[in-house]
Design a protein around this ligand. Structure first.
Ligand code: IMP
Ligand code: MG
Length: 186
């Protein structure tokens, strides 16, 4: 059973629902009345579940787009070499307010790279929304515009987040047992 690999549940389904509702309200407040296109940019694959739930709760009109990036490096830490695997291709980038939807910020490299990338492509504006933040792990100075929950330095899975492509379908966010990934205490 997959649940046997989870040390404990860090964020329950109910807490996730309340957190996503709160973020949707903040987004509605900030983008209300805009006559520009708001694009929720889902960063595949980890943000699929979060984006799906968030888009249902946001009241302002949104479009959805996706990007996929990979950062070389196996296991539980990223290397910092960010590679665009799926790009956002649209002719109207200069008319779009992008809100990047990310599952979790760790070093901060992915989001800081993506913000710069979209600005360079001519986006009208770029903001960031992350469900989870591990501020203690930051390598580059980066502050997201919207944060769901700050969490301690633990490797978590579920609600879209994976380890080696597993556990994404869990409805909660759980701490993975270190022995599963050969981490400390393993
Ligand atoms: P950053 O570029 O170091 O901020 O890394 C962000 C990416 O690392 C996220 O999109 C996740 O794919 C991955 N990541 C970081 N921490 C975790 C975790 O605890 N569980 C699963 N993925 C994680
Ligand atoms: Mg990811």
């Amino acid at each position: 059973m997959i649940n046997n690999d989870i040390a404990n549940i860090l964020i329950t389904e109910q807490e996730l629902d309340a957190t996503v509702s709160r973020l949707a309200k903040e987004i509605d407040r900030d983008y209300a009345g805009s006559d520009k296109k708001l694009v929720l940019l889902c960063i595949l694959k980890g943000s699929i579940v979060f984006t799906g739930d968030l888009m249902k709760k946001v009241g302002v009109p949104v479009e959805i787009d996706c990007m996929r990036v990979s950062s070389y490096g196996a296991g539980t830490s990223s290397s910092g070499n960010i590679n665009i695997v799926l790009d956002v291709i649209r002719p109207d980038i200069s008319e779009c307010d992008f809100l990047i939807i990310e599952d979790i910020i760790d070093s901060g490299r992915t989001l800081s790279y993506l913000v710069g990338y979209l600005k360079h492509k001519g986006a009208r504006s770029v903001k960031t929304c992350t469900l989870l933040d591990k501020p203690s792990r930051r390598v580059v100075d980066f502050t997201p515009d919207y944060v769901g929950l700050e969490i301690p330095d633990e490797f978590v899975v579920g609600y879209g987040l994976d380890y080696a492509e597993k556990y994404r379908a869990l409805p909660y966010v759980g701490i993975l047992k270190p022995e599963v990934y050969g981490g400390e205490d393993a």
